[in-house]
Design a protein around this ligand. Sequence first.
Ligand SMILES: Nc1nc2c(ncn2[C@@H]2O[C@H](COP(=O)(O)OP(=O)(O)OP(=O)(O)O)[C@@H](O)[C@H]2O)c(=O)[nH]1
Ligand SMILES: [Mg+2]
Length: 402
Amino acid sequence: MPPLVGLVGKANVGKSTFFAAATLKPVEIANFPFTTIKANRGVGYLRTPCVCKELNVKDQPNNSACVDGVRLVPIDLIDTPGLIRGAHEGKGLGNQFLDEVRRADALIVVCDAAGSTDEGGVSCAPGTHDPLDDIKLFEEEFDAWINAIVSKDWERPARTAEMKHEEIWKHIDEKLSGLGITRNHIQTACEKAKLNPFKGAQWTREDRARFSTELRKASKPLIVAANKADKDFAAENIEKIRAAGYKVVPTCAEAELALRRAAEAGLIKYTPGDEDFTILHPEKLNPNQLKALESIREKVFKRYGGTGMQNAINEAFFRLLDMIVVFPVEDADKLTDGKGRVLPDCFLVPYGTTARGFAGVVHTDLAKSFLFAVDARTKRRLGEAQVLKDKDVIQIVAAKTR
Ligand SMILES: Nc1nc2c(ncn2[C@@H]2O[C@H](COP(=O)(O)OP(=O)(O)OP(=O)(O)O)[C@@H](O)[C@H]2O)c(=O)[nH]1
Ligand SMILES: [Mg+2]
């Protein structure tokens, strides 16, 4: 399954605008809280330099797109309902929210960097609300929700583990697997929270709370999209969020959505993540539209070098999830697949994926009949345990099976 990134955060900060801009799906967007009541799922794109230029070929993309030497690789995104205090007890749309987000591998916490929405998501004057509070609110609610699940019936598995002299993860992994939490995450959380996994029955309430926070950090790494960056007070707040230790990307989802739609309509030339855009048909735009585009250029592009949205998505996959892209080919000389298409596919895999592991990503049967791989650049043979690198072009050689 492709990795899934969740767009989460307080109500009315621009999650659905971000989602719509990334996926071009028509979703409801409005300037009041709880516009989104059910999660939306869609396909967005990761942007990465394609290898076609370096290898000097004209590619024929199949599972992805290539625009002027930029590969756009599909990824899954989920837009969730807004969160308010008390969500872990079911307040607001708490249950719907948490039920959806459990499936995400990483999170983009969207916040209103201008501080122009209050704690409940209602519009207020820019600069009057602290966006850091919203990020903390999200973390606290999420942690409290995990803690409630961890703490429910804690005694039984904790005592069994102690009696059997076993580590706690063998006894709680099943109930946490639905949250995307694995044994590895539990192990990491014990280490980070400095808790003895053999002595779960002696953990205090506070210990469990710390453990839950570490579980969240290990299983759902997050990056902050400091949205509404076009508004006053955003720049100062972004620095504040960064100083508090968060990975943060300034974004202007509204601008990205306007540009994506204009590009779709053929009015401008713009690929997500570009540092500028070109107006192709000024005669087809009315004065207001032209003014809006120039304002985007002034307030967003000149200040931040782009809308930041593509950056946020890229950071989530490349930095939080530590993924790389690999191009499979069937013929390492011609760089083609079985149908003769040049560099058709581009797969997103976790760093650490081996040649055989990658064969399994391309096709399950390929992993079973794997003989060796060939690095198309060097034409060198790679053994099954060879760890692949970002932008590798790989031919898998497999035994013939009937
Ligand atoms: N100025 C500015 N406004 C934005 C930006 N992104 C979104 N908005 C506006 O913020 C409001 C809320 O946008 P939504 O995308 O509906 O917000 P949401 O977080 O999905 O809201 P809920 O579904 O209610 O939780 C709308 O009026 C958007 O037009 C931005 O980058 N800049
Ligand atoms: Mg929404």
